[in-house]
Design a protein around this ligand. Structure first.
Ligand code: NI
Length: 230
């Protein structure tokens, strides 16, 4: 399941983030790549632990914690501290798959990468190319979102970023370990949660329907209790 989260960051947050990111130092992106992906990767990154990366990363984490669509879709257990990359002058990232396990820098914690996330910091009309292409059983999804929006996709997917032929593409990327490892199960819970939210808002004074909505909410939580890993 590929999900778009529109307007994760508002315009003030975006402006503050852009100021910090544009002023940061950028290095060769191969520093965080595994062996196979380092051969496919050609971009720049802000070093992990850089103050600008930490500040904007915290801003993203705060926004995620308050975003009902993200919380319902990802059912997050752990989130990797956001990283930042930039592509320009024909840079691209060839087809690869993200590492399954990642050590959280400076901690003994590791996360299993169930979901990959990209937050866009530049509007699509400011650069050519730079589409994130995610392969799944239904074909290739091409993603290029407005500044402040995010895409979430299963980390099991092969993906690549097409060459940026003019302007520059500025994004944050990170991974999420979900309480629900399996994408199919997570998608079922997401669909159920959304349906319950939608009907609950429309029931008015229909007592029997209200009771059904409460019961369905109970079923949702009881399935989550059965499937969640912490
Ligand atoms: Ni990747």
């Amino acid at each position: 399941m590929l999900i778009t989260v529109p307007n994760l960051l508002n315009s003030e947050e975006l402006a503050e983030a852009r100021g910090l990111l544009d002023a940061a130092e950028w290095v060769d992106g191969r520093v965080t790549a595994g062996h196979q992906s380092s051969q496919a990767k050609d971009n720049e990154q802000i070093p992990e632990g850089h103050p600008a990366a930490e500040k904007v990363g915290d801003m993203i984490l705060r926004a995620l914690g308050q975003n009902p669509l993200f919380l319902s879709a990802a059912l997050p257990l752990r989130i990797f501290p956001p990283l930042f990359n930039r592509y320009s002058g024909g840079q691209n990232f060839g087809t690869h798959v993200d590492n399954a396990i990642r050590q959280i820098p400076g901690t003994p914690l590791r996360i299993r990468t169930d979901l990959s996330a990209t937050v866009f910091f530049e509007d699509p009309d400011k650069y050519e190319g730079g589409e994130l292409c995610v392969e799944d059983t239904y074909g290739v999804h091409r993603v290029k979102l407005p500044a402040g929006s995010m895409v979430l996709y299963p980390s099991t997917s092969l993906h690549h970023v097409t060459p940026v032929t003019s302007g520059s593409r500025l994004c944050s990327f990170f991974w999420i370990q979900s309480m629900i490892r399996d994408d199919t199960r997570r998608s079922l819970l997401f669909d159920m949660d959304r349906s319950i939210q939608r009907i609950s808002g429309e029931l008015g004074e229909h007592e029997a329907a209200r009771k059904s909505a409460v019961e369905l909410t109970g079923v949702y939580h009881n399935i989550l209790r059965q499937w969640a890993e912490m």
